[in-house]
Ligand binder design. Structure first.
Ligand SMILES: [Mn+2]
Length: 299
């Protein structure tokens, strides 16, 4: 039995994951903020959380989940990283807290759709089923408030026909891991000096010409495939690059990730779409706090 199945089967001994079996009566280790103050959206899309890896910014995601609510929540794949968990089991309390919040959301009546990706492909065998109020689907068609139809999928489906994953495959596990480690050190240092979160690899990627080319190829191929399906647009994840653009009349949305960019795609009640960069939101909140202003004046 692999690690993800273990989580699903609640077969771990001694871990905190066992609490989830009785999650209705359990509390997360990081307490929830009041629900009444949350910003409400019609729809939220998040993906590439990679729970079970050190790269996952669970604390930022918990902050996000505690500040927003929606009628519908799409989990667009790579929520749990089964590949990495298989190699080395890593599951801190904050990762449990994320799962707790997602399950709680479904229990409170939000329509939650989980579309497994390639890193959590073990969940794909359950597509078509509903667990704990969460609908597990291979893909979905979302209708926006202004009547547009958007195909929602993870996006690894296009790896075979695009070179987009090359920078992921070649830069690959070892180098990517190293970069993520560097990203954590940089941000631990920045936190120590009260500087906002900053994504190293996001900046590095933008500097690598080939990566930029691969990404734009990927975006065009995904949009083209969506067009062939007769929808108005597509929402995906997978390449860890948040984006929002029109490609030959097809709306291409990528909700990004919670390893590097810490982004979410949201739909307002009038159908307007927006990409939220959560590290920026936290930074803005911190500087607008009266105490922070006093500290700045004193400095
Ligand atoms: Mn993926």
């Amino acid at each position: 039995m692999d690690a993800v199945t273990k989580i699903a089967m609640n077969g771990l001994s001694g871990g905190t994951i066992a609490d989830l079996a009785d999650f209705a009566h359990s509390q997360p280790s990081i307490p929830e903020r009041t629900i009444s103050e949350r910003r409400r959206y019609r729809t939220i899309w998040i993906s590439d959380i990679h729970l079970g890896t050190r790269g996952c910014n669970a604390d930022l995601l918990i902050d996000f989940l505690d500040h927003v609510d929606s009628e519908t929540l799409y989990l667009v794949g790579d929520i749990i990283d089964g590949w990495r968990l298989k190699k080395k089991f890593y599951w801190p309390a904050a990762h449990n807290d994320v799962v707790w919040r997602l399950l709680k959301r479904a229990k409170r009546g939000a329509h939650v759709v989980y579309i497994p990706g390639n890193h959590d492909e073990v969940v794909r065998q359950f597509c078509g089923l509903d667990f704990g109020g969460i609908a597990i689907r291979r893909n979905a068609v979302h209708e926006t408030a202004d009547g547009r139809r958007l195909l929602v999928l993870h996006g690894d489906e296009f790896d075979a026909i695009t070179l987009a994953h090359r920078w992921l495959a070649h830069v690959g596990d070892a180098a990517y891991e190293f970069m993520m480690a560097l990203n954590r050190w940089v941000n631990a240092y920045r936190r120590a000096f009260s500087l906002p979160y900053w994504s190293l690899s996001k900046h590095a990627k933008a500097k690598v010409k080939n990566a930029v080319q691969f990404i734009s190829n990927y975006e065009e191929i995904v949009a083209q495939a969506a067009g062939a399906r007769g929808v108005d647009g597509v929402v995906c994840g997978h390449i860890h690059t948040a984006e929002f653009r029109d490609i030959n009349g097809i709306a291409y949305y990528n909700d990004g990730d919670w390893v590097e960019g810490c982004t979410a795609l949201v739909e307002h009640f009038d159908g307007r779409m927006e990409l939220l960069h959560w590290a920026d939101e936290i930074a803005a909140r911190e500087t607008s706090r009266p105490t922070a202003q006093i500290e700045m004046l004193a400095a």
